[in-house]
Design a protein around this ligand. Structure first.
Ligand code: ADP
Length: 537
């Protein structure tokens, strides 16, 4: 008997130890869980809750015990949850994942996910519920943001005036936005699940486009652009510019394409019309240039005769009276002007038709300028204009068409004199940089208004208010001649203050030898300039 008693005592101790161990385990789990554990009695009042509650709701277990879950719940959830909870309690059934919003001790709103099972005593009587609450506020917020972003994206897709469609790897259409419906004439529900190529690609492209699609699917850059035609429901062909990007599933495999398309049919048509119009205008231009060139030649023959006979009359001056000498002067003056005009028209028409060749040779820039300035000096002197010369050159050789460069500079300098009044200044400045020459002609004359600055380079344009003789062709020829050299001619000006015309000739400077003056020509520079002289004057 004693033995039996001892046995019973040790069994009893074993059971108590196991019970203690089990309780410790339960407590440790309860304290370390991210969620909090609770128990309520039949009236719904908390009888237990784990310490974790304080981190979630802000209240200590002591502050919670004796209260009901509804004491912490947001007013809008109280009724809904109490109806649900009552249903479970009446049937004594477990419940799970009841979402409810609560207010923490410091007034924040948090969302709890509640699950519970009924507690029964050893006789099977219902004593309350035991359960778990998880804080899912962050998850809820993330979900809400996701939903908002999704709604925004869907809205955008539906309101955007671009086609947005997704196509699966097998070319079945997976989505189709409102604009796509509008442009193709097909309703979304009639295209989803159908093959993109069968439905939209014109017969002639039925082989090539799917091939490109598959090649791209297999070895695709992240985004690719393409243009192709689609056929609408009523058989019309539209040209669409696509911006495609690949779609991948959660394992990263490509499972389709997102295509964003813009209808560029009108733009394309305009482009084609423009190219046609451009070609026509080029033909018209060439015809005009040929006409002008022929006419100039025809005009020059009688003009030369007029000038020749004028010169003969000049020799006979002794036999002429004063009135006849005056008329002769008029004839000489007018025919000189007419010849200049004819020559200018001829130059311009040749440049415009592309048949004008410049004769590139090496020459000494400084010497050329000084020669030119001799004749300009007397023109300036006659009008009482001071000519300022600032030529920062030694003996550089440059590669250019000397005659044409002289023609340009003569035009700029005579304009400077023409549009500057007596007593004022004009000037020329020249310098060479690493491999280019810069020549500027400036004046303190009448200036050019901003709105006229570019116009003056158009043929036959004269913007000066003062009445001056001229053809209005000089600047347009000058700019074109400089451009034929690969250079630029620009102007800076202020009305009533003066103007500055700047020529920049790139790549024209030859190498210099300090001791002997000029040395060998740089190969690269000379090779670039291989025009031959073709002058038809
Ligand atoms: P033209 O001098 O024969 O009229 P250009 O083509 O050389 O023709 O010049 C066109 C116009 O540009 C001139 O009529 C004048 O109105 C304006 N222009 C040119 N150079 C100057 C300048 N230095 N100052 C003011 N206006 C100028």
């Amino acid at each position: 008997m004693v033995v039996k008693n001892d046995d019973n005592i040790s069994k009893q101790k074993q059971i108590e130890r196991k019970l203690r161990e089990s309780k410790d385990r339960f407590r440790s789990i309860a304290e370390n869980m991210a969620d909090w554990i609770w128990e309520v009695d039949v009236s719904g009042h908390y009888t237990y809750c784990s310490n974790r509650v304080e981190a979630i709701l802000g209240y200590s277990p002591d502050e919670i015990i004796g209260k009901t879950p509804f004491d912490f719940m947001c007013p809008e959830d109280k009724e809904r949850i109490s109806i649900e909870f009552r249903k479970f309690a009446q049937t004594i059934k477990p419940f799970s994942n009841l979402e409810n919003w609560n207010i923490t001790k410091d007034g924040k709103r948090i969302c709890l996910l509640t699950s519970g099972t009924p507690i029964l005593d050893k006789d099977g009587n219902y004593c309350g519920y035991r359960g778990v609450d998880s804080d899912i506020t962050e998850r809820k917020k993330a979900l809400e943001e996701l939903i908002t972003a999704k709604e925004f994206a869907e809205n955008l897709l539906e309101t955007a005036n671009v086609i947005v469609a997704t196509i699966k790897s097998n070319a079945d259409i997976a989505s189709f936005n409102r604009y796509a419906e509008e442009i193709t004439g097909y309703k979304k529900e009639n295209v989803i699940g159908r093959n993109w190529f069968d439905l939209f690609i014109p017969k002639r492209d039925k082989e090539s486009i799917p091939k490109v699609f598959n090649e791209l699917l297999n070895n695709m850059p992240k985004v690719f652009n393409q243009e192709n035609s689609i056929v609408t429901k009523n058989g019309e062909e539209l040209i669409i510019s696509w911006n495609n990007s690949v779609l991948r599933n959660s394992s990263g495999d490509i499972n389709g394409i997102l295509s964003i398309g813009m209808d560029i049919t009108k733009r394309k048509k305009t482009e084609v019309e423009l190219i046609k119009a451009q070609a026509e205008s080029e033909i018209a231009n060439k015809t005009k240039s040929m006409f002008l060139a022929n006419m100039s030649h025809e005009l020059r023959t009688p003009l030369n005769a007029i000038m020749g006979f004028g010169q003969l009359l000049e020799i006979e001056q002794n036999n002429l009276d004063d009135r006849q000498i005056e008329f002769l002067e008029h004839i000489k003056h007018a025919s000189k002007h007419l010849l200049e005009m004819v020559n200018d028209i001829l130059d311009l028409s040749k440049i415009e038709s592309g048949s004008f060749d410049i004769d590139i040779k090496q020459f000494n820039l400084k010497q050329m300028l000084l020669r030119l300035l001799k004749s300009i000096k007397s023109l300036a002197f006659n009008k009482n204009i001071e000519l300022i010369i600032d030529i920062d050159l030694t003996n550089e050789l440059i590669c250019a068409d000397e005659i044409r460069l002289k023609q340009v500079l003569y035009n700029l300098l005579s304009n400077a004199i023409k549009f500057t009044s007596s007593g004022k200044k004009i000037g020329i400045r020249a310098e060479t940089k690493v491999n280019n020459a810069v020549i500027e002609v400036w004046d303190k004359g009448i200036g050019i208004s901003n709105k006229d600055l570019e116009k003056i380079f158009d043929p036959f344009i004269q913007v000066a208010k003062v009445k001056q003789q001229g053809t209005g062709l000089g600047l347009s020829i000058s700019r074109k001649l400089i451009e034929l050299h690969g250079g630029t001619l620009i102007v800076e000006s202020r009305i009533k203050e003066g103007s500055r015309f700047i020529i920049n000739l790139p790549g024209v400077i030859l190498t210099r030898d300090c001791k002997t003056g000029i040395s060998a020509v740089k190969d690269t520079t000379v090779k670039r300039k291989t025009h031959k002289k073709t002058i038809f004057l």
